[in-house]
Every structure is written in structure tokens, then in C-alpha cells.
Design a protein around this ligand. Structure first.
Ligand code: ZN
Ligand code: FE
Length: 256
């Protein structure tokens, strides 16, 4: 099953899992209704279910307008009062069915405390938790929470297609190369990403195997990444969690 990214705002992706095999169409994180309606009209389909990963407006802002257009839409959302309206609430450990597609719900606190991810059919919808070559900012959670969340995602099968909420890959690549300059897999991925962006192509989905090889936030156990984090922090022998926290702070202030 090939998930399709619909660009929204400056750099968001709204993901569509197309209908097939008797299943309906699932739309993930519709921050804006207009591009979803335009894609549906152009493609001759309608959404049957909406999956929401977290409460930020750029991920949920289109829900009300889509419900106005298709009142029977099935909405699945994290249990968080900041997401208003009718929705089935899902939490980590749940197995849900949406438009006939089964997904495991994974709790991934860090970017926000109630952030969830959906995994099924070899696809991972991870919102603003894991990006290609990066991870989400810690608006609400602690570095330890985010690291545990990324560890959960890192344990999924390597061939999993990672469908992230933003096209941040090229700017993430600049930071990743500053951390891990001698990683040949990262060099190759950076070159591939530059060519894709030159051709106005999405760099997503990526595979989990590629992220495990290239993404510094999934590579805090790699000696080179650990050493770079320690050197930046000016603290020898950082722990795994300490190295992750240092990387996140380093990235927060990084300008390519
Ligand atoms: Zn967000
Ligand atoms: Fe976002």
C-alpha cells in the first residue's frame, strides 16, 4: 500500500492511505481541509476516516471543515481535551480499526505529552515525533520521554515506511552531517534528499532502516554520535540519555 502525501501550509504533509481491497480511505493529520478536498475531487475519492496524532493546529485544523463536508467521517484522536469535537479516543497499546484498516496505537510523548503514532500495513504515521534525519522539538515532554518514544519506533520492522508530519529533511540533513560527518549512509541520503528537493519531490516516506542508519537522534548508541554530543556539551562520557538531550539542545540552536 503506497501512502500519498498532500502538501499543506509551508512544509506539512497530510497523509492519505488510499482505498482498496474493500477498505476505505484514511487521512492522517488534516491541518487544512482545502488541500484534502481538492485532492479528493481531483482523484474521485472521499475520506472515510481521519487519524490525528497530536493537538497542534497544523495537524487538526481541517477536521471541522472536513466533518462539515462529510458528516459520517470516523475521527480517531488522542485523549486530550485540547482536541475538541466528536472523536474516538485512542491511547498507546490500543488496536484500532479505521475504514477497515487496522492500526496499532503507540504512545510517543515528547513533542507533546499526548502525542500518539499509528502503525499498520507496514506504515508508520508519527506526526511530529520522528522526522527523516531529525525528531520533533520538545514542547511538552522531557528528553527522556522523547528518547523512550523514539526507541519504541526504532523497534518496528526496518522496512516500515515512515510517514512524517513535515518536510524538514533537507535542513535536518545539515545538522545530521555536522553531528555525524563520517557516516557514508548519511552522506548518500543527504545527496539523494538534495536531488529530490531540487526536483520538488517529497523526501518521504522514508524507511525505518534508512533512519536507523542515518538519523543522529536514533543513533545515540553510535560511538561517533555519542562523541560529537559530548564534545558539543563539553562533558566527557555523556550517558545515552545525556547524549540525546545534548543533541536536542544542539539542534534547537543550530543554523546551517
Ligand atoms: Zn506539532
Ligand atoms: Fe507540526
Amino acid at each position: 500500500m503506497v501512502p500519498v502525501p498532500i502538501p499543506a501550509f509551508a512544509d506539512n504533509y497530510i497523509w492519505v492511505v488510499p482505498a482498496g481491497d474493500g477498505r476505505g480511505t484514511v487521512v492522517v493529520d488534516p491541518g487544512d481541509a482545502a488541500p484534502v478536498i481538492a485532492a479528493a475531487e481531483a482523484g474521485g475519492w472521499r475520506p472515510d476516516a481521519l487519524l490525528l496524532t497530536h493537538h497542534h493546529e497544523d495537524h487538526v485544523g481541517g477536521v471541522a471543515a472536513l466533518l462539515a463536508r462529510w458528516p459520517d467521517l470516523d475521527v480517531v484522536a488522542p485523549a486530550d481535551d485540547r482536541i475538541r469535537g466528536e472523536a474516538r479516543r485512542a491511547d498507546g497499546g490500543d488496536r484500532i480499526e479505521a475504514a477497515g484498516h487496522g492500526f496499532d496505537v503507540i504512545a510517543v510523548p515528547g513533542h507533546t505529552v499526548s502525542h500518539i503514532a499509528f502503525h499498520g500495513h507496514g506504515l508508520l504515521f508519527c506526526g511530529d515525533t520522528l522526522f527523516s534525519l531529525g525528531c520533533g522539538r520538545l514542547f511538552e515532554g522531557t528528553p527522556g520521554q522523547m528518547l523512550a518514544s523514539l526507541d519504541r519506533l526504532a523497534g518496528l520492522p526496518g522496512e516500515t515506511l515512515v510517514c512524517c508530519g513535515h518536510e524538514y529533511t533537507q535542513s535536518n540533513a545539515a545538522f545530521a552531517r555536522a553531528v555525524d560527518p563520517d557516516n557514508p549512509a548519511l552522506t548518500r541520503r543527504s545527496e539523494e534528499v538534495a536531488a529530490m528537493r531540487d526536483a520538488s519531490m517529497p523526501t518521504l516516506p522514508t524507511t525505518l532502516a534508512s533512519e536507523l542508519a542515518c538519523n543522529p537522534f536514533l543513533r545515540v548508541d553510535a560511538p561517533a554520535v555519542r562523541r560529537a554530543a559530548s564534545a558539543w556539551a563539553g562533558e566527557a562520557g555523556l550517558s545515552r540519555a545525556g547524549a540525546f538531550a545534548a543533541l536536542r539542545r544542539w539542534k534547537d540552536g543550530f543554523r546551517a
